[in-house]
Design a protein around this ligand. Structure first.
Ligand code: GCW
Length: 618
């Protein structure tokens, strides 16, 4: 489906930018004019001040900034006015230099973990896109300050290896289309590319021919795309090739590519998603969350200056609740990026509503408690696709918008960000704005309750990752176990258990190490507990499991009522209501499957006598 784009948070900028708009400054001027028409704003003066870089200043009727800073300043000015909070005096600069969207798009047009349709730029093994549509998407990215777009999947399937080779002219054309919006292109490459695409017998990072091949490749790419952002690599992870094949470590692997990019000012983003995906489920000593730290901590200080280690926010894989990844707190001499996932792989797949900014705020708090490492970049797996609303669910756009705001200023209040999105997208004010904002703000807590409260993750349906299946991953090789028996559930990750806890700095070790101080939300992630264990609020563990699932479903029903009462425009209204019905079905499945699983296993009845679908024999 490649239908016309729809409402997003810049409805007043929904016009086409002239093709001859070569520089961000010209684009900015045009955008401003468009905005002025519909908002009847006084056109501020624009002043190019290169020293401000990506930052901007609004003062005395003038917007000043570096080339992209000016563009961002204009968007900030227009969006603030449209949100009913005009800016007279302000200045701002981004907290992170790189604010990246990682698309998992394949060249056949499919999108790995994509829930918004097919790829916006690939079809049938080649580039295929509507430039008007892409400029609109680029404008969405630029309006919230996102400045790097990696267009292809980190699992690099053929023919995507040709993006830096036979398709390079097309890649360069797309880069040119994005350039006026301050968005630089990045590509994912396969570590074994010199063999699979370069005819070499090896991809060993210490081999001179391999080094030359990457250098020549980088030279060619930069000749075609001078502002190319760099390369992204998933290596030795889930069957992808990597330096381990040659007995080399990941610093040697990353530095190989980084050195080829360095003369051109490019960065090499290396993903830290490395673990043994062929674990024997009987093995209770190996604990998957420990893997990244074990691989990377010993290498701290060995990565070149233009390498960025990109670490998923949690030690597992984008579950609804995980503690902060200890790797982010253990690499003081390495450039770090945190990787988030806008695609709702484990969080409702753009069917269930799940707004992420509240979760990201918690992650930043945990980072601070753990010693406040200085990250240099933020990355997020894209939720974009070719469906008419581009993010699958009309409300999922809040996560793209929210990610841009967050990566610019991680201290931005989630509620304010979400309220702005609501106002800009739907024009809601007062009670309606507050109602949709509250619904979105609570959506994660509701989802967590009906799916995986208390840090009890991986009860999801294998492969699809939507819907419950409590034993689905329990006897598999992915390292994803809850180990529920008839007495107890959860994993002891303290010193008496797997020892994972020891990877954290003291403050977090203390907080998580005792079941009394560990937040309820992570209890079963860090501790194994009997069902009769009494929680701080006086309820038993099993009762909390039941109660949370019942509450989660009841709250989802309330969400549905609120949603139905909102004056949403069409087609968003019909689409949101249709998806809400699916969400309720999903929530009910989770509630009943998980509760009956535990009731049958434990033999414990519900204190409130509700139906647990357990068929107790007595
Ligand atoms: O969560 C897993 C996903 C894979 C993904 C992988 C990764 C791109 O299920 O689809 O592959 O993470 O992050 O590399």
């Amino acid at each position: 489906m490649n239908t016309a784009p729809r409402r997003h948070w810049l409805p007043f900028l929904n016009k086409e930018v002239p093709a001859d708009c070569a520089t961000p400054t010209e684009t900015a001027a045009f955008e401003l004019k468009t905005g002025c028409e519909s908002l009847r704003l006084r056109m501020p003066e624009l002043e190019l001040r290169s020293e401000l870089g990506e930052g901007w200043r609004i003062s005395g009727g003038t917007i000043s900034g570096g080339e992209t800073g000016l563009l961002y300043g204009v968007y900030a000015y227009l969006m603030a006015a449209a949100a009913g909070k005009p800016i007279a005096e302000a200045e701002s600069r981004p907290r992170y230099a790189l604010r990246m969207i990682n698309c998992w798009d394949n060249m056949d047009g499919s999108v790995e973990r994509g829930y918004s349709g097919r790829s916006l730029w690939f079809r049938d093994g080649r580039f295929s896109y509507d430039p008007v549509r892409l400029r609109q998407v680029a404008r969405m990215l630029a309006s919230v300050g996102l400045n790097v777009l990696c267009i292809n999947n980190v699992n690099v399937h053929e023919p995507a290896q040709g993006l830096i080779d036979e398709f390079l002219p097309d890649t360069a054309r797309l880069a040119a289309l994005l350039r006026p919006f301050g968005v630089r292109l990045m590509l994912s490459v396969d570590f074994s590319q010199p063999m699979r695409h370069g005819g070499l017998p090896t991809a060993d990072p210490l081999n001179k021919e391999v080094q030359r091949w990457w250098r020549d490749t980088a030279d060619r790419v930069y000749a075609a795309i001078p502002d190319f952002a760099g390369l992204l690599v998933k290596a030795d992870s889930e069957h992808r090739p990597g330096p381990f094949t040659y007995g080399r470590n990941h610093a040697e692997g990353a530095n190989l590519l980084a050195r080829a990019l360095k003369p051109h000012g490019g960065v090499l983003v290396w993903r830290a998603f490395v673990y043994n995906c062929q674990q024997d489920w009987r093995d209770t000593k190996t604990d998957r969350p420990m893997a990244a730290y074990e691989t990377y901590h010993p290498l701290d200080g060995q990565f070149d200056g233009n390498v960025i280690l990109q670490v998923k926010n949690g030690p597992f894989d984008f579950q609804v609740r995980e503690p902060i990844s200890p790797t982010l707190l253990a690499m003081p001499r390495t450039n770090l990026a945190m990787e988030l996932q806008l695609a709702q792989e484990y969080t409702g797949q753009q069917t269930d509503i799940y707004a992420m900014n509240p979760m990201w705020k918690e992650l930043m708090e945990e980072l601070r408690e753990g010693g406040d490492p200085q990250l240099c970049a933020m990355a997020a797996v894209s939720n974009l696709g070719d469906e008419s609303c581009v993010t699958g669910h009309p409300f999922a756009a809040v996560n793209l918008f929210g990610f841009g705001r967050f990566a610019w200023d991680p201290a931005a209040e989630p509620e304010r960000v979400i309220a702005d999105w609501v106002r800009l997208t739907y024009g809601f004010e007062g009670e309606t704005q507050a109602a949709l904002t509250a619904l979105l703000m609570n959506s994660r807590a509701v989802y967590e309750k009906y799916t995986a409260p208390l840090g009890l993750n991986w009860m999801v349906t294998p492969n699809s990752h939507y819907g419950p299946n409590p034993s689905g991953y329990e006897y598999q090789s992915w390292g994803t176990y809850h180990r529920a028996t008839r007495e107890a559930v959860g994993i002891d990750r303290t010193d008496s258990g797997t020892g994972y806890l020891s990877q954290y700095p003291a403050a977090l070790r203390e907080k998580y190490g005792s079941a009394d101080t560990c937040p309820d939300s992570l209890l079963l992630f860090f501790h194994r507990r009997r069902y009769g264990w009494v929680m701080p609020d006086g309820r038993t563990l099993i009762q909390r499991i039941y109660d949370d699932h019942f509450e989660g479903y009841a709250e989802a029903e309330k969400m549905a009522e609120t949603l139905a009462a909102l004056p949403l425009p069409e087609p968003d209204r019909s689409e949101a209501l249709r998806k809400m019905a699916l969400q309720l079905h999903n929530a009910r499945e989770w509630r009943d499957v998980i509760n009956s699983f535990f009731a049958r296993l434990s033999g414990c009845a519900d204190a409130q006598g509700r139906d647990l679908c357990a068929d107790f024999d007595d």
